[in-house]
Design a protein around this ligand. Structure first.
Ligand SMILES: [Fe+2]
Length: 207
């Protein structure tokens, strides 16, 4: 017994880090585990976490689309768009964290890894190569549209279920941020002259 006790002590004080460890998951994806005293029934938390994971995957995709655009933008509006894209990226990063932590708070599991996001998102995959500014802007607006549509639907559903915290997150943070970003991006697609105003007669002729 004495020797066994000594071995145990040696193991405890060994300075070698335990590397390459694996074990079974402590919670399966798609389940809601702990029951915090939130006064929210399991079916409600299951439905909300599933829907929030869809929104999370789409928000992560839009976030990455902004960084891709930030890096790859070209042309006379390079500087302003380079900065704007990164500002929107930062705001989407905040939304990603808020949505993911809401899922965890509800007892669910947030998707996190790029491969899982790619399998889940509804947003069209952009090519690896570089695209023109109008195409970048259009892709971003298409992604925002998908997110705004599902955010409104999910916010109404959350309200119906008495899930006021999720409703507030969706309306106050996700929807408002996406709507504002849509405005800033859309104004870059208005075809107005840069240097020379259009003659009234030419404008009338064009119409
Ligand atoms: Fe940068």
């Amino acid at each position: 017994m004495a020797k066994k006790h000594a071995d145990k002590n040696t193991e405890t004080i060994n300075a070698q880090p335990r590397l390459h460890q694996r074990a079974r998951e402590i919670q399966a994806y798609g389940t809601v585990s702990h029951m915090l005293p939130l006064e929210l029934e399991e079916p409600v938390r299951l439905e909300m976490t599933e829907q929030l994971n869809q929104l999370l995957a789409d928000t992560m995709t839009l976030r990455d689309l902004y960084k891709k655009s930030h890096w790859q933008v070209a042309g006379p509006t390079f500087y302003q768009l380079h900065l704007l894209y990164d500002k929107h990226y930062d705001e989407q990063v905040e939304l990603v964290d808020s949505i993911a932590e809401r899922i965890q708070l509800l007892g669910g599991i947030s998707i996190a890894i790029a491969a899982d996001v790619a399998e889940t998102t509804q947003i069209e995959r952009a090519p690896r190569g570089r695209e023109e500014v109008p195409v970048q802007l259009s892709r971003l607006l298409d992604a925002h549209q998908i997110i705004i549509r599902q955010t409104r639907t999910l916010a109404r559903r959350a309200s119906e279920l008495g899930e006021d915290g999720t409703n507030d997150l969706l309306v106050s943070e996700v929807l408002r941020t996406n709507e504002l970003q849509v405005w800033f991006v859309s104004e870059h697609l208005v075809n107005v002259p840069l240097v020379k105003a259009q003659e009234p007669s030419a404008a009338a002729g064009a119409a």
